[in-house]
Design a protein around this ligand. Structure first.
Ligand SMILES: NC(=O)C1=CN([C@@H]2O[C@H](COP(=O)(O)OP(=O)(O)OC[C@H]3O[C@@H](n4cnc5c(N)ncnc54)[C@H](O)[C@@H]3O)[C@@H](O)[C@H]2O)C=CC1
Ligand SMILES: CC(=O)C(C)=O
Length: 257
């Protein structure tokens, strides 16, 4: 019987990379996204590679969507082994200009989404009476707060905190809760961050905010989805069974903890 994983926000970017890696290691994977067109396209592409996948549209900030996602996974594949809370959004704003709407939007998706996903997956693992793995998208910004990324950094610090508290409470059920903390990966997210940072800067041209952040990376290259997927794949495997409550950096040498 193959293992079953759910990856939220996996129509593109790091989530797609994670889904593909788990598929290539024999998982059946439920892809999930709020962007239905891209989700359908990605599901078809992965089916074309003979991967065992389905797509479920949903919004991680809606508790009922997260519980429905787990239900759809179990209805299709019979059980659940791994739940990756990957979906997240960004905002670039000078501190004095941060508005209530930005705070609410980012916290609803990046934080509430992780809490609801964790609750839905944990309830299923407890019902199944099996071990289970919950893996959350944190960031270097969950260890270090960045200028212009105040709201985003705060949400990722909250993800790290919820990773710790959920790990402590769920350990008695043999459920582990860990987080991956990527650095600078060239996805749509960083395209948006670069565009916004350049707008607020007097001297940066398009692409230069990304280059500036990347130039600090000790291993001298920006991150690929595969780099991130390699860590998540480990956290999803039995090899990580004795690890819980950790927010592990994968950033090529940028933030040292
Ligand atoms: N790209 C990077 O350098 C880094 C990314 N991360 C984190 O990794 C995760 C993935 O990031 P990327 O792939 O770069 O982002 P992305 O913006 O390229 O992709 C995110 C995906 O999530 C989906 N999504 C957005 N809101 C959603 C919602 N409410 N419900 C369901 N799906 C939703 C989007 O449609 C998109 O397909 C995020 O949590 C992000 O904060 C962390 C550190 C660095
Ligand atoms: C997008 C992200 O997490 C950073 C700080 O690069």
């Amino acid at each position: 019987m193959s293992k079953v994983a759910v990856v939220t926000g996996s129509a593109g970017g790091l989530g797609r990379g994670i889904a593909e890696k788990l598929c290539s290691n024999g998982f059946s994977v439920v892809l999930h996204d709020i962007n239905e067109d891209l989700l359908n396209k990605t599901v078809e592409e992965l089916k074309g590679k003979n991967f065992d996948v389905i797509g479920v549209k949903g919004d991680v900030s809606k508790r009922e969507d997260q519980f429905n996602l787990v239900k759809e996974a179990v209805d299709k594949f019979g059980h659940l082994d791994v739940f990756v809370n990957n979906a997240g959004i960004d905002a670039v704003t000078p501190f004095l200009l941060i508005k209530e709407d930005e705070l609410n939007r980012l916290f609803r998706i990046n934080v509430n989404g992780v809490v609801f996903g964790t609750q839905a997956a944990a309830e299923q693992f407890i019902r199944q009476n099996t071990k289970g793995k919950i893996i959350n998208a944190c960031s270097i910004a969950g260890h270090e707060a960045y200028a212009m990324l105040g709201t985003y950094s705060a949400t990722k610090h909250a993800v790290r905190s919820f990773t710790h508290s959920a790990a402590k409470e769920l350990a008695k059920h043999q459920i582990t809760v860990n987080a991956y903390c990527p650095g600078i990966a060239k996805t749509k997210m960083w395209d948006r961050i670069d565009e916004e940072m350049v707008k607020y800067s007097d001297d940066l041209k398009p692409g230069e905010a990304f280059e500036k952040f990347s130039s600090e990376i000790a291993l001298q290259r920006y991150q690929t989805p595969e780099d991130v997927a390699n860590l998540v794949d480990f956290l999803a495997s039995d090899a990580s069974d004795y690890i819980t409550g950790q927010a592990i950096l994968t950033d090529g040498g940028l933030v040292y903890r």
